[in-house]
Design a protein around this ligand. Structure first.
Ligand SMILES: NC(=O)C1=CN([C@@H]2O[C@H](COP(=O)(O)OP(=O)(O)OC[C@H]3O[C@@H](n4cnc5c(N)ncnc54)[C@H](O)[C@@H]3O)[C@@H](O)[C@H]2O)C=CC1
Ligand SMILES: O=C(CO)COP(=O)(O)O
Length: 328
């Protein structure tokens, strides 16, 4: 197939490599000339995926028309804050038969939309599917066995996109629970920030296991209130992605949390991590959704207080421990 990958950060580049290795014709688009030159000249994403060769077959471009026209599938891989502006930029070149695959994990501030909803808002005539699950770019780019899930309301589209991405090292499940898959993928980032903070404070495995388990309870409570199936949160885009993001050395959200737990400010932590830390952008939207759907999300509330209101991480953990007694 002819495929355009829109966004050449870690994830877009890793997926472009996977798709090219699967035999597809891949064009990788970036908005930035310097990034395109680095990818083209070095055939490597020097900053984000050092040591991973970009196959010669992948075309690199900054031209939207070249990345979009004639492609059967477009993979949207820019960070969630840029998904709307990028979809708008591409819109004049997009035809209604092209399948759009969103791989960003986040919520839009203000509208509180998931990324599928954002893309659908800009391009209402296109089919939009979502790819999510435990899949760090650093490992996918090196062909390390990985499983993800693709969600759409249309069975046929799921089956088509599964075939496109599946390989001996990349197993793709299908799902019809779009909202469940997207809420799992975006909210685990906020819980991973909390897990990182706990590690940064020097707390132990017990603390992190508690944050992950009770964090999952928060994610599924909100997801179900928004129409998701509870079982989805036991899957790859639920507990699977929560496990990898809260425990992996590759996780930007966890690393950002660790730095904050060690005493860095949010700005210092973001500057140190350098790559996108989606949980920071989704945290506020998650809390607003919790209020809108009248769902209790105490961990996500404390993450917001630490990130945006100067609360000390140690005090946040203390306040979580001191809440009224509950039944599990
Ligand atoms: N890195 C990973 O392992 C995974 C990332 N994701 C998700 O994929 C999305 C992208 O993340 P990464 O590739 O890791 O980010 P990254 O931090 O590696 O790259 C960000 C890229 O965004 C692009 N960008 C920056 N400003 C832009 C703008 N104004 N307009 C258009 N593009 C712009 C640049 O090309 C930059 O390379 C995020 O939502 C992330 O949660 C999902 C699964 C795995
Ligand atoms: O979504 C991811 C892995 O599945 C990436 O997580 P981080 O953004 O925390 O690195």
């Amino acid at each position: 197939m002819n495929i355009g990958v829109i966004g050449s950060g870690s994830w877009g580049t890793a997926l472009a490599i996977l798709l090219s290795n699967n035999g597809h014709q891949v064009t990788l688009w970036t908005r930035f000339r310097e990034e395109a030159e680095m990818l083209e000249n070095k055939r490597e994403h020097v900053k984000n995926l050092p040591g991973v060769r970009i196959p010669e077959g992948i075309r690199i471009t900054t031209q939207v028309q070249e990345a979009v026209s004639g492609k059967e599938i477009l993979v949207f891989a820019v960070p969630s804050q840029f998904t709307r502006s990028t979809a708008e930029l591409c819109k004049p070149a997009i035809g209604k038969d092209q399948i759009l695959v969103n791989v960003a994990k986040g919520l839009e501030e203000g509208t509180l939309y998931t990324m599928q909803e954002v893309i659908n808002d800009v391009l209402p005539e296109n089919r939009v599917v979502v790819l999510s699950g435990p899949s760090h770019a650093e490992e996918v780019a090196r062909g390390i066995p990985t499983s993800v899930v693709i969600a759409s309301h249309q069975e046929e589209t799921v089956l088509t996109v599964q075939d496109v991405f599946m390989s001996e090292n990349f197993r793709v499940y299908g799902s019809h629970d779009l909202i469940g898959i997207e809420m799992g993928g975006s909210l685990k980032n906020v819980i991973a920030l909390a897990a990182g903070v706990s590690d940064g404070l020097g707390y132990g495995d017990n603390t992190k296991a508690a944050l992950m388990t009770r964090g999952m309870a928060e994610i599924s409570r909100l997801g179900v209130a928004m129409g998701a199936k509870a079982a989805t949160f036991n899957g790859l885009s639920g507990i699977g992605d929560l496990i990898v993001t809260c425990t992996s050395m590759h996780s930007r959200n966890r690393r950002c949390g660790i730095l904050i737990g060690q005493g860095a400010s949010l700005e210092e932590a973001l500057a140190e991590v350098k790559m996108v830390v989606e949980g920071v952008y989704s945290a506020k939207a998650a809390l607003e959704l919790a209020h809108k759907h009248q769902v209790e999300m105490p961990i996500i509330e404390q993450v917001n207080l630490v990130l945006f209101h100067g609360k000390s991480p140690r005090e946040a953990v203390f306040d979580l421990m001191e809440r009224d007694k509950k039944f599990e």
